[in-house]
Ligand binder design. Structure first.
Ligand SMILES: [Zn+2]
Length: 259
């Protein structure tokens, strides 16, 4: 059995067939989905998704939604998030983080949102799901200062040293569609070298389609059912049996949550 450790089930891409998407995932052996709405306007839908499908659910404000080009989140949204967390008791905080790849990003504003959300995770003793893009060292700097109970660094890419720093802080690193492409040398090297107890599998659906859905960076819709085939490909890259890899990565996810 698999867990999709990072998914956006509330994305409009799934509006037409969300029930079928979840049924197909279950048929493919996906026992749980971590669902992460990235904006306060999506939390109500995520609450319904949680009730209907039993998703492991995180609330958080994604860096792509933060002030800057196209950003629509105001600082007042942090108080709204805190209210939601208090009321709905999510399983984690996320997707939060820093993205220094988007054009004209506002670093100071992103860091402010990231820090405030880390504090919420710390105050409620929840793990976090991190968005990491060209921002590994900045994310680590704040994690060393604001202690949270670990979590996931999703779609991880970075140096071996940065990977080790996340592992040392108790984080699992998420591998998904990118690692299914033979040309993704760095990610595949990390997949081989990171301690097995720190590896989790993810889709980031509807994004990051794996190699069997199209070329790298294609716009094909990814879905949680694909975590099974992605996982099988990652197992092969890691030189493990599919069953053993599924078992250990699933328990790696579970370990982050209170029983
Ligand atoms: Zn995501």
């Amino acid at each position: 059995m698999w867990i999709d450790s990072h998914c956006h089930l509330d994305a409009p891409e799934f509006d037409a067939d969300r029930d079928d998407v979840v049924s197909r995932a279950r048929e493919a052996g996906v026992e749980a989905i971590i669902n992460l709405p990235g904006h306060i306007d999506h939390f109500a839908q995520a609450k319904l998704t949680r009730e209907r499908y039993g998703c492991i659910t995180g609330f958080g404000i994604h860096p792509m939604w933060i002030a800057g080009p196209g950003g629509v989140s105001a600082r007042e949204h942090i108080a709204v998030l805190r209210d939601w967390v208090e009321r709905e008791k999510p399983d984690l905080i996320g997707e939060i983080g820093l993205d220094f790849f988007i054009p004209n990003f506002n670093q100071a504003e992103q860091e402010w949102f990231y820090v405030e959300q880390l504090k919420i995770a710390r105050d409620f003793d929840l793990p976090v799901s991190l968005h990491v893009r060209r921002s590994q060292d900045h994310l680590l700097k704040h994690l060393r200062r604001i202690k949270v109970r670990g979590g996931f660094a999703h779609a991880f890419n970075g140096s071996q040293q940065q990977a080790e720093a996340f592992v040392k802080l108790g984080f699992c690193l998420g591998f998904g569609g990118t690692a299914t492409f033979p040309q993704a040398n760095n990610v595949r090297r990390l997949l081989r070298d990171v301690p097995l107890e720190n590896i989790v599998v993810e889709t980031d659906a509807p994004d990051i389609p794996p190699s069997f859905l199209g070329t790298m960076g294609s716009r094909a819709r990814n879905a949680p059912e694909h975590v099974a085939r992605i996982g099988a490909m990652l197992a092969e890259a890691r030189g493990m049996s599919v069953e053993a890899f599924a078992e250990v990565t699933t328990s790696n996810v579970r370990r982050n949550f209170r029983a």
